[in-house]
Design a protein around this ligand. Sequence first.
Ligand code: MEV
Length: 322
Amino acid sequence: MRFQPKDKSKILVSAPGKIMILGEHAVVYGYPCLVTAVDKRIYIEASKIKGKKDIIIAPQVKESRFVEESINFFKERFKVNKSVRIKTFGDFSHRVGLGSSSAVTVAAFKALSVLFDKKLTLKEIFDLSYQVSLSIQKVGSGFDIAAATYGKTTYFVFGGKVINSFEVGNLPLVVGYSGIKADTPKLIKKVSRAYLVKGEQIKEIFKEINQLVERAKTCMSSKNYKELGLLMNKNHQLLKELKVSTVKLDDMIEAALKAGAWGAKLSGAGGGDCMIALVSEDKKRLVEAAIKKQGGEIINVNNNSEGVRQEYVNESNSDSTS
Ligand code: MEV
């Protein structure tokens, strides 16, 4: 759905949330991952205001610092000193782990670039947003920022070394929220501690994940969902070896498989947040019911969605991103 702001002096942009398909954790160590953008979006309404202070209303993110820092980085880079009002609203909150902080950050840079008529390419939006994310969270590969920026389904390597967005259509995924909010930085640290103690063993796990990601990319393009499902199952086993899954996630995954899913795995850092199952249309209801029976909440999303975009173009502020 596209919104039309009533007041045309305001800019309205949006960026999508994401779902990690394969490759989490390994991507932090330089291996690739596959991520898809979802049709749940964060919207930002922005306008220039009088006065010395910016006004930020951002209920969608846990920390309004993501917006504050984006404004600071933007003003510094473009030598802007006019104050702004930024208000976020949208289809999801930080609760479910769909990447609201990344979507907000990406949307903020896009909004500011349009508001002040400064050209920013998608790669520049990615780079600035990743800097903001690192300045706040200290860790992370940036895959979620790539999804919010470029949309579609993306083959991504740490820090944006490779960002290859490709069109695969809507993958038939069921998404189940475990009801527990994951602490991503904590889980990244947990894996890095294991890496320090048993480096070679963990490296072998990452190499295996790497192979799954490469094969999964081909399976996605050829819509070979049966094999893609098997790759997801293997990826989940490897994530279990990394000790980032939980009993609840494992139960939801097992139930989805028993109900006929082609494959299922945790999605993201683990420790909570969501699992995903790849499911044929005729098994979808059964799989959803099985996940719910384990206490999961179904998050209804389509994937392979559009990246950051301006929702409304008026004469004084035409779209400046290419
Ligand atoms: C978290 O959703 C996925 C991780 O790979 C972290 C990251 O890539 O930033 C664990």
